[in-house]
Ligand binder design. Sequence first.
Ligand code: SF4
Length: 313
Amino acid sequence: MQNSWQHNARNTLKGASSCNDFFQSNQFEDQHFPIKIPLEFANLIDKNNPDDPLLKQVIPSENTQSQPEFSLSPLGDEDNAPVAGLIHKYPNRVLLITSRVCAIHCQYCFRQNFDYSGHDAISNWLAIEDYICSHQSINEVILSGGDPLSLSDEKLQDLIDKIQRIDHIKTLRIHSRSMVVTPSRITDQLIGILNNTKLNVVIVLHANHANELSNEFANVIQKLVKITLLNQSVLLKGVNDSVLVLSELSLRLFDLGILPYYLHMLDKVSGAEHFLISDERAIQLHQSLKKNLSGYLVPKLVRDENLAAKTWV
Ligand code: SF4
């Protein structure tokens, strides 16, 4: 049904009480990053398995004691914003903060404490346009958030129209977790917008486990033709820190026409300490993946540094 995603967005599980009711558990407790789970994602969780890898991503840690290297804003996004709503780190590309809203709250998210006030690319478009036009080296615009697909199709169309009117912008990249966790967001209207822009479109999806890639997602993602589909994951203890799980994810992505792109080391944000695995273990996993999979199915193992994903091994 057209626009059923907006209906679904309103019927999301929010807060410990509704989650404990839904999962018939007492595992959820409200912490500083509010719990938010779309029903499309919640319905993929095995209610009888307290260690379900999808459940672990959305359940706040009971242990709130921060470790020394963990901080509220590990990447310091705010330091790289020459114009409100725009982050510029590398000469050829800028990132726009288009929305503060996400379809899901991932408890490992490095932006969970980001101060979105004053960082709205939509309301600050004129200043952003001026900035991009005065930097001819920029050829790619990245839409990020929050999640840019929390915007309506009309707002997205309007923003993309404005971006493609700038002559030296050739590529539009969209970073979104919504498509995976709420496949109903991939409306016919959205597909039309993305398939018909004159820009090269790259979508970087965000899935951490093959169980997230539902049949509904599989059915709609294949309607995005002419679009480069990549995936990034975060390496998370208890979720995907195994060769088998990571291999299954790469193979399932490839079945759907999506290339595994990045495997991120955890950004050390307070509250996510329980997801951290050691550097040694990460390297070991990555080396085993290289033995198990064809090279194009092995994501790059990277560590984010001030918004730059650095290839690490
Ligand atoms: S969808 Fe992305 S930005 Fe939003 S909470 Fe999850 S990781 Fe963070």
